[in-house]
Design a binder for this molecule. Structure first.
Ligand code: AMP
Length: 187
């Protein structure tokens, strides 16, 4: 079963992806984590993306799509993908469709965790004290939210008419969101 978790930064995608990873024995595919790893390794990709990441801007589609190719083509992960933070642009959504098509896979469920801006700011400020991410300061959070609203809205339009699209109120307690997702998945 392949799942997309979609929503603004701070919507709880990572938390729900980790729950699903355990429950389904699937793999959380977080492009944010993959990109932070590249920065930590000081790889060529890492050097290219560090300023965009720190400023709350998106990393180029080409770089993210290339990272995703290895993941979707990995036979161990076939039909066990939980996308967390990808796709974020229409180009990425179309790229994902084509990668899945090339490997005989599809998206089974899309969950849109919808959260308002005030809740996001509160959550990310709290996360900053725990995870100490350099892109979690208030200005960058607001920038990330604006980027999300501007670039990611077309992705929402792309998916929202599909029958496997489910909108969930991401302002609820974590356990309530988990229950709703599990009910829809029938697990
Ligand atoms: P996240 O951990 O998902 O909140 O992502 C942190 C940052 O990584 C984002 O603000 C972007 O700079 C970058 N990033 C993560 N996923 C993507 C993506 N799918 N496309 C472009 N940039 C991304």
């Amino acid at each position: 079963m392949n799942i997309i978790l979609f929503g603004p930064p701070g919507a709880g995608k990572g938390t729900q992806a980790k729950n699903l990873e355990k429950k389904l024995n699937n793999f959380q595919i977080s492009t944010g984590d993959m990109l932070r790893d590249e920065i930590k390794k000081e790889s060529e990709i890492g050097k290219k993306i560090i300023s965009n990441m720190n400023e709350g801007k998106f990393v180029d589609d080409e770089i993210v799509n290339n990272l995703m190719k290895n993941v979707v083509f990995d036979p161990q992960k076939k039909n066990k993908l939980i996308f967390d933070g990808y796709p974020r642009t229409l180009q990425q959504a179309k790229n994902l469709d084509s990668l899945l098509n090339d490997t005989g896979q599809k998206i089974d469920f899309i969950f849109f965790l919808n959260v308002n801006k005030d809740t996001i700011v509160q959550r990310i400020e709290k996360r900053k004290t725990i995870e100490k991410r350099s892109d979690d300061d208030l200005n960058t959070i607001l920038k990330r939210y604006d980027t999300y609203m501007f670039t990611t809205k077309p992705v929402l339009d792309y998916y929202s008419s599909k029958s496997n699209f489910h909108e969930i109120d991401g302002g609820q307690k974590i356990a309530e969101i988990t229950n709703k997702i599990n009910n829809i998945l029938g697990v």
